[in-house]
Each structure stands twice: as structure tokens, then as C-alpha cells.
Write a protein of this length. Structure first.
Length: 291
């Protein structure tokens, strides 16, 4: 990736991350709500920490330290809340419908990045993002509305804030260290909630949670690396690519074939990404006052 521009490398990493996140959603969908959301949150975070621990041990002592305690603590609980929201939404909503709401996150990232990072997105970037959110509204039409949609919107907010706050972490902190401490900081609260709502769990459910943890780590790792290479407003629209992946997986794995309105909504969501193929362009798409 050294030969690519920062935007090109960030875009490629985020595309891979969204594909990984789509596989994680499939694993959660297959759980079918058989365990409590708090139980799922704790087991997934614990497995994530265990998967990362051997890699974290290979870092130098300087790389192992927590770069920013406050931001890491906030991001760890955003991950925790987001994982619970994801399970609720995917249990009760069709895969494509839930993910259409998840992809309200890029819209939320624009005001959050302007507020927290002082980034200044171009007007065309704002209009393109609003077009994508219009597609979200088309997908979520009244006859498909469900209370679990609130959980999906909650996931969108936590994801947006999680990605924006990564720019507050030290640039030299390795991705493995960032993910490891994010998982560790989330375990105390997750453990208490899981103990209060614990119920029997099968081996198959454990395997599905493990798969979700693995693929979610793939997403978060790619996202951390991507948002360190390019500004939030540059990469926000790339987040919509996951909707393409999850729609295809829904068709293949769950026979959830989008109808005409859903397809139109997805087109509106994806359409703003079409001008972005020139990945080697050197001119920035927005100004970043934080840099």
C-alpha cells in the first residue's frame, strides 16, 4: 500500500473492513436471538481480547501502552453498546433493512467530525451523503418499520462516534494495541451485565460468537488503519460499500431478495460513491483543520 495515496490506501482498507463486518453480521443473524445481548457482548469482547493478546505481547513495551486512556475508555464502551444494538437489530430485522439503518453512520460522521475534529467537508460531500441517507429512508419504509430499528440507529451513532474518535488516538499507536485495550476496557461492565442475564449456551452459539468476534476485529482493525490515513469526510461514503456486501450475503444465505423499493434505496445509498474510483488522486476531498 506504500505506492497508493493516503486516500487510496484508506479506501481499500475500509472496503476490506466492511466485507469483514458483513460476515460478522451473518454470524449474529444465525444466532437467532438464542442468547441474551449482554451475554453475547461479553463473550465476543472476551474472545476478541484473547485473540489479540498473543499479537499484543509481540509489541515493544512502548507500543503496548495505552495511548489515550480517556478516548480508549469511551471507544471501548461504544464498541460494547454497538455490539448489543447490532444483535437486537439483526435478530428482529431483515439483514438488508438492518444494515441500511447501520449505514446512517456516515451521515452522522459529518457533523461529528466537524464538531470534534474541526474538519470542513465540501458542500458536494454533504449533498452526496444526504442522498445516501435518502436511500436509507426508502429502504426503511413504513410497512417494514419495527421497534428494533431504534437499535439499528443506535448502532449507527456508536459506529460513527467510534470512527471519528480514532483520530484522537496517537498516530504511532499500533492497531493491535488500540484494539486490545479497547477490548480490555470493555470487559468489566460487559462481565457484570452478562452475569446478571446469563443463560445456557450451546457450542454452535459459541462458534458463531467467535466468528462474529473475529470478523468484527477485522473491521475495526481496517477502520483504525483507514481513518489514520485519510480524513473522516473523505472516507465516510466508503462505509456504504458494506450494504452491497450484506445484500448479496442476504440473498445467498437467507434468501432475502430485495424488492424494487429496497433496490432503489440501495442504489441511492451507493450512488454517491460512484465518483470515487480515482483512488490515486492527490487533491484532498475536504480540508482537515486538525492536521
Amino acid at each position: 500500500m506504500n505506492k497508493l495515496s493516503p486516500f487510496a490506501a484508506g479506501a481499500l482498507l475500509l472496503l476490506l473492513g466492511n466485507l469483514s463486518a458483513s460476515f460478522s453480521d451473518v454470524a449474529v443473524k444465525l444466532l437467532e436471538g438464542g442468547i441474551s445481548a449482554f451475554q453475547y457482548m461479553f463473550i465476543r469482547q472476551l474472545l476478541s481480547v484473547l485473540l489479540l493478546f498473543p499479537l499484543w505481547l509481540r509489541l515493544t513495551p512502548r507500543q503496548q501502552v495505552v495511548g489515550n486512556y480517556g478516548i480508549t475508555l469511551v471507544r471501548s464502551h461504544l464498541v460494547l453498546a454497538g455490539s448489543g444494538f447490532v444483535m437486537v437489530a439483526l435478530t428482529w430485522l431483515p439483514l438488508a433493512t438492518a444494515n441500511a439503518l447501520f449505514y446512517a453512520a456516515p451521515l452522522l460522521m459529518l457533523p461529528l467530525s466537524a464538531w470534534l475534529l474541526k474538519e470542513k467537508p465540501e458542500r458536494q460531500k454533504v449533498l452526496a451523503t444526504l442522498t445516501g441517507f435518502g436511500g436509507v429512508l426508502v429502504v426503511l419504509r413504513p410497512d417494514q418499520y419495527h421497534w428494533a430499528a431504534l437499535a439499528a440507529l443506535g448502532c449507527a451513532f456508536t459506529l460513527a462516534l467510534y470512527n471519528v474518535l480514532v483520530r484522537k488516538l496517537p498516530e504511532q499507536q499500533p492497531v493491535v494495541s488500540t484494539l486490545f485495550w479497547t477490548g480490555v476496557f470493555s470487559l468489566p461492565l460487559a462481565g457484570v451485565l452478562a452475569a446478571l442475564f446469563w443463560q445456557p449456551i450451546t457450542t454452535e452459539e459459541l462458534m458463531l460468537i467467535a466468528a462474529s468476534a473475529f470478523f468484527t476485529l477485522g473491521y475495526h482493525g481496517c477502520a483504525v488503519a483507514a481513518y489514520r490515513r485519510a480524513t473522516t469526510c473523505q472516507l465516510g461514503l466508503i462505509e456504504y460499500s458494506g450494504l452491497i456486501f450484506v445484500t448479496l450475503l442476504g440473498i445467498v444465505g437467507f434468501d432475502e431478495r430485495p424488492d424494487l423499493l429496497t433496490t432503489m434505496g440501495i442504489v441511492l445509498i451507493v450512488l454517491p460513491m460512484l465518483p470515487l474510483p480515482k483512488l490515486r488522486r492527490s487533491k484532498p476531498l475536504c480540508d482537515d483543520a486538525a492536521q
